[in-house]
Design a protein around this ligand. Structure first.
Ligand code: PLP
Length: 387
């Protein structure tokens, strides 16, 4: 891997780092030390791979979207099927890895933040499986909007704490989780849900999500005998995208394309700033307050973005485009009708751009779209919009 792509003490070029109070920084550095210790440990990796296979259902397929390809009439479109994972999205890859790491460090309880509830549900799921208690912090406003996800987490045995401070949204949930970690770090592991946050989370989450491109590279070489012209993934915090890109970053012929929602486009419209403890491109106003975002996809509705994406953008290795909610909604219906696969609204952003890109490329080219999740969770919302 070329030097500038390697995180040096939590930095990706000008981005990343750890901008938190000293006591918290020491605790997080300790998690970094544990991660460095176990990430190449054969026994740890064997356990991680075991659960990826037996619990998550990996490896998942790289499916040729034959009907869509024929209809569009350009490059061949392949779908990396993270939607087929247990719990229906890529998040479980990271959650499992961090929980197994937490167990190695002797943690007795897991805490996590959640916005719309997807990361909270994935965390509660894996905690139930390994038998660790978990507390999920969620803004009070979010608990009201996502009552069913709160119930899901409780069904899985999690304690959900509704944070009734500030705006009652994700930011307050993150602050509360960090406060819990500082107070209880001897027994507690904080599991972050995307490739964001201070060191060591961006590299740790990337590491556990890299399984996506490890598999897809092997699969595309077996099916097509060559690398794809482009890999396309949606970007919220950036975890499914960085996992889908990881094994192609050093393959200069492969275009890496991140698709942001136009309504929350941190890379296209953001400015460098420190937010949630790390430096990255961020949607803030002049006073440093988070600007409101309004993506149709709850999982993409975030002001920040993982620092490595800001870096890949800055050095020109990654291309970042935006797709509107309306365009995503069209792609949601298009993939459902042509392929019998209902994508998550988040993933629909990537599908939408891939359809455009396929038209521009030749029929000899191949595109991989990371289908980060399934759309079952979104059917009711889409029904309300369309009816
Ligand atoms: C959470 C989520 C996302 C966005 O998170 P990233 O960290 O950007 O991957 C995308 N797709 C689905 C299905 C999600 O659940």
């Amino acid at each position: 891997m070329s030097k500038e792509n390697v995180a040096e003490k939590g930095y990706f070029g000008d981005f990343g780092g750890s901008f938190v109070p000293e006591d918290l920084k020491d605790i997080l550095d300790g998690i970094g030390v544990a991660f460095e210790k176990y990430k190449d440990d054969p026994e740890f990796l064997e356990e991680y791979r075991y659960y990826l296979k037996e619990y998550v259902g990996r490896e998942n397929p790289l499916t040729l979207a034959k009907n869509l390809t024929e209809k569009v009439g350009g490059a061949k479109i392949y779908l990396k099927r993270e939607d087929l994972n247990h719990t229906g999205a890529h998040k479980i890859n990271n959650v499992l890895g961090q929980i197994l790491l937490a167990k190695r460090t002797g943690a007795e309880r897991i805490i996590a933040e959640t916005g719309a509830g997807q990361h909270g549900v994935a965390t509660a799921t894996a905690c139930a499986m390994v038998g660790l208690p978990c507390t999920i912090y969620m803004g009070k406003k979010d608990t009201e909007r996502q009552r069913l996800n709160v119930f899901r987490m409780e069904l899985l045995g999690a304690e959900v704490v509704a944070v009734d401070k500030g705006w009652g949204r994700l930011k307050e949930a993150v602050d509360e989780a960090f406060a819990d970690l500082v107070a209880n770090h001897e027994t507690t592991f904080y599991l972050i849900g995307s490739a964001v946050g201070p060191y060591p989370y961006p590299e740790m989450v990337k590491y556990f999500q890299s399984i996506i491109s490890e598999e897809s590279k092997r699969q595309i070489l077996a099916k097509e005998g060559k690398l794809p012209a482009a890999v396309v993934a949606c970007v919220g915090g950036g975890s499914n995208a960085i996992g889908a890109f990881a094994h192609y970053i050093d393959e200069d012929s492969v275009r890496l394309i991140g698709v942001e929602p136009a309504e929350a486009a941190s890379i296209s419209k953001g400015k460098p700033a420190v937010f949630h403890g790390y430096r990255s491109l961020t949607l803030l106003d002049e006073d440093g307050e988070a600007l409101p975002t309004d993506s149709i996809a709850a999982g993409l509705d975030y002001q920040g973005v993982g620092p490595e994406h800001s870096h890949l953008h800055a050095i020109g290795r990654g291309e970042y485009v935006s797709v509107t909610g309306e365009e995503a909604l069209e792609a949601f219906q298009e993939l459902s009708k042509t392929e019998g696969i209902i994508p998550a609204l988040e993933s629909s952003h990537a599908v939408s751009h891939a359809i455009q890109l396929a038209k521009e490329l030749g029929q000899d080219d191949v595109i991989i779209v990371n289908l980060s999740g399934r759309g079952d969770k979104d059917v009711e919302q889409v029904f309300e919009i369309l009816k």
